[in-house]
Design a protein around this ligand. Sequence first.
Ligand SMILES: C[S@@+](CC[C@H](N)C(=O)[O-])C[C@H]1O[C@@H](n2cnc3c(N)ncnc32)[C@H](O)[C@@H]1O
Length: 251
Amino acid sequence: MATQPTSHYETDRLISEYIEFHYGDDYFGVANFPKTLAQLAIETMGDKPAGKALDLGCATGRATFELARHFDQVTGIDFSARFIGVGTQLAEQGRLRYTLTEEGELVSYKECSLGALGLGDVAAKVEFFQGDACNLKPVFSGYDLILAANLIDRLYSPALFLKTVHERLNPGGLLMLTSPYTWLPEHTKREEWIGGFKKDGENFTTFDGLKAMLGEHFRLVRGPEAVPFVIRETKRKFQHTLSEVTVWERI
Ligand SMILES: C[S@@+](CC[C@H](N)C(=O)[O-])C[C@H]1O[C@@H](n2cnc3c(N)ncnc32)[C@H](O)[C@@H]1O
């Protein structure tokens, strides 16, 4: 274990977990999740216009940077100012130091850099803002792609987001949703869930809810398909999850 360095390290446990998830090592052979999503999005875009993209619920921002390989300008927005601070620091300084929990109070020291990930040249195309996906300022519109990765089951009102998101997309633009649909009352009150319950005695899945909410303004163009991810909690504990990906084209 390294001795305690003196300069600044991001030590907040949740933030560090996300920095490692987005910019750190792959575990158990599972590819980097935000990078995989950005590649899927770019592949699905084909030769559609690639002006502006929005990464909603971007957390520490890896997908925001990855999308900037293809789009002219990418905005990352998250509710959490602490998460936004990570993306901003990377965009401005290109590198970041953080601690990883090993066990109990023991940590190891790591560094990540945009250059090492082949993202040094795209930083100038990226910007980060604190904001609420359910109540975005009107200035956040005119996008060719909106990515909402593992966001909808963390929103206080996913319906409010899903019913208005078309207003922010250019016609023909894509909405890419991914979620493990792990509805929890502490994030989303039971009456706000859009699926994952019985309706008229039949199973009503979140995908059923998405089709009902998006059908008026969107056409499903890809998925549902599963993309796995692994989040490291400690040296010996990991979360392994499948996120369901769907891509919707704004009619
Ligand atoms: C499960 S994380 C997913 C982060 C990232 N997209 C990824 O795939 O790794 C959900 C993120 O959504 C953010 N979030 C929750 N509610 C939000 C809201 N109303 N508006 C914007 N972001 C929100 C959280 O702060 C968190 O960063």
